[in-house]
Design a protein. Structure first.
Length: 133
């Protein structure tokens, strides 16, 4: 039997070009009570965020076309102040430093779901009860 229905903890926009990664994170986030919207590329994520601002954006950095850093800058220039957590396969010092300079947390793939939930809770300042798995 699944988890009982609960009120949504908020809406998260997940922008990642890797379908398997999007699916994994989407399932975990929905299970934890978040509404999740998905985008497979940076431009699509930017448009979704501007049309329906989420409570938080999980943003892959390395994507074809518009990368995560460009999306974050475009959101800032548009005046949208939504918390962002970067997700990247790269833990190169330059990537980490750019994220730090932007004031954005960075999690390295493969992302541990419990670590991600903790980062979301910290970013949104919500209580994160540990769920039995």
């Amino acid at each position: 039997m699944g988890k009982p229905l609960q009120q949504s903890r908020g809406c998260i926009l997940l922008v990642d070009d890797e379908q398997a990664h999007r699916h994994f994170l989407e399932r975990g986030l929905r299970y934890e009570g978040y509404q999740v919207r998905l985008a497979a590329e940076g431009q699509e994520g930017l448009e979704l965020a501007l049309i329906h601002p989420p409570d938080l954006i999980l943003l892959d950095i390395m994507m074809p076309g518009m990368n995560g850093f460009a999306v974050a800058r475009a959101l800032h220039e548009a005046g949208l102040r939504v918390p962002i957590v970067f997700i990247s396969a790269s833990d190169e010092p330059e990537t980490c430093e750019e994220a730090r300079l932007m004031g954005v947390s960075l999690l390295v793939k493969p992302v541990n779901l419990d670590d991600l939930l903790g980062q979301i809770a910290q970013t949104l300042h919500v209580r994160f009860p540990v769920s039995p798995r």
